[in-house]
Structure formats: C-alpha cells, structure tokens
Design a protein around this ligand. Structure first.
Ligand SMILES: [Zn+2]
Length: 214
C-alpha cells in the first residue's frame, strides 16, 4: 500500500495547530483564573520545581496568587478579622506586608540570611518596595544563577512557610514563639528538610539584632 506523504504532512500540521490552539485556550483560562500575565504564569510554574514539602509548595502557590486569607482579604469580604499583622501588631495584615515589609519578618530574613550564608535572602539585597508578592519572590529567586536558585528556592520556601505558621499560631492558638524560638524552629525544620534531600545549607551561626517590638 502506498503512503501518501502529502496527506501525512497535512495531518501533522492539523494536529500541531490543534495542539497550539488548545495550549492557547489553556493559557487564556489560567490567566483568567489566576489574574496573572503570561510571564507571571511562567514564574509560577517554576515554584513546583524547587524543593519543598507538598503542603509548603501548595502554600507558596496560593501565596503567590495572593489567595491566602489575610486581614485585607477578610475586610473585603466583610468577614471578622483582627486587622493588624499579628507579628508586628503595627500594620494592616496583607500578604505583601507579612512576607516582604513586616519588621518582624524582615528580622527573620536578616537572621536566616546570615545563618544560612545566603546573601540573597537579606532584605537589603531585595528589589524595590511596593512589589506584589509574586514580583518580590521572582526577584528573589529569579536573579540567581541556576545552581544558586536550587538553594535559594527551598530556603525561601521554608522561611515563608515558617513565618506563616507562626502567624497562624498567634491567630488560631493564641500562642507565640519568642523571636529566637522561631529562628531555632526554622533551623530545626531546615535540618529535617536537609535530611529529606533539600539542598539547604547547614546553620552555623546567627547574626543581626533580634526583633524589637517597641
Ligand atoms: Zn507585621
């Protein structure tokens, strides 16, 4: 039986067109669902490549989409909330505030940057203020070389995760770890992640001054 090459080429082109059409529809749907543009979506997909527990990755994903239920979101819905960030008790709690602006969290980042020997985690090395959480995170991780990114990804995921857990502890359990206690908790968790295979450096020292509640 003779094979008609022209028909095969046409079938191939049609299948490729159909595939591109489906991908376009999928991207459009994701843009509508997430509110992100194409490049932000590309950044979001990289979250799943970095080392972190499944629960932490899911949390980071919802954080990047700013879908975590912080006080500003609860206010918008008319739901009961405490208004103030439970970590510093000075500002309205928003996702950006908790992770990129809160004086308590900034101290945690500063200490852990020294402890892990990762300068990129120092707030003084971050990009300009006023960025969305996703822009901040992509700036933090995206500016690194590929080998550095493998280390920065899990370290930043872990710190975000532990800051969020401390925030929840204060709101839902009415308990709080002292500042140094939280640093020890992050170090212990880093040890667990490292044993599980995460490329997180060993904590050898702490640096900087502790958080001053004022
Ligand atoms: Zn705060």
């Amino acid at each position: 039986m003779r094979v008609n090459n022209r028909d095969h080429k046409e079938d191939g082109k049609t299948a490729a067109k159909r595939m591109l059409g489906l991908m376009g529809k999928l991207i459009t749907l994701l843009v509508q669902l997430t509110g992100c543009n194409f490049w932000e979506l590309l950044g979001l997909t990289s979250i799943w490549k970095g080392w972190a527990s499944a629960r932490c990755k899911f949390f980071i994903w919802t954080l990047m989409l700013e879908r975590i239920l912080t006080a500003d979101k609860l206010l918008q819905r008319g739901w009961e909330n405490d208004y103030f960030c439970p970590l510093c008790r000075r500002n309205l709690e928003t996702a950006s505030h908790i992770f990129t602006e809160c004086p308590f969290s900034l101290k945690v980042w500063e200490h852990m940057a020294v402890a892990l020997g990762l300068d990129a985690l120092k707030p003084t090395n971050w990009l300009d203020k006023g960025l969305s959480v996703l822009e901040w995170y992509m700036g933090l991780v995206g500016r690194q070389t590929k080998s550095q990114r493998k280390i920065i990804f899990p370290a930043s995921n872990l710190i975000c995760w532990e800051i969020w857990k401390e925030r929840n502890r204060r709101i839902f359990e009415k308990k709080e770890l002292p500042f140094t206690g939280l640093l020890v908790r992050i170090k212990d968790e880093a040890d667990v992640w490292r044993l599980a295979g995460a490329p997180i450096p060993l904590v050898t020292q702490y640096g900087g001054t502790p958080f001053d509640p004022g």
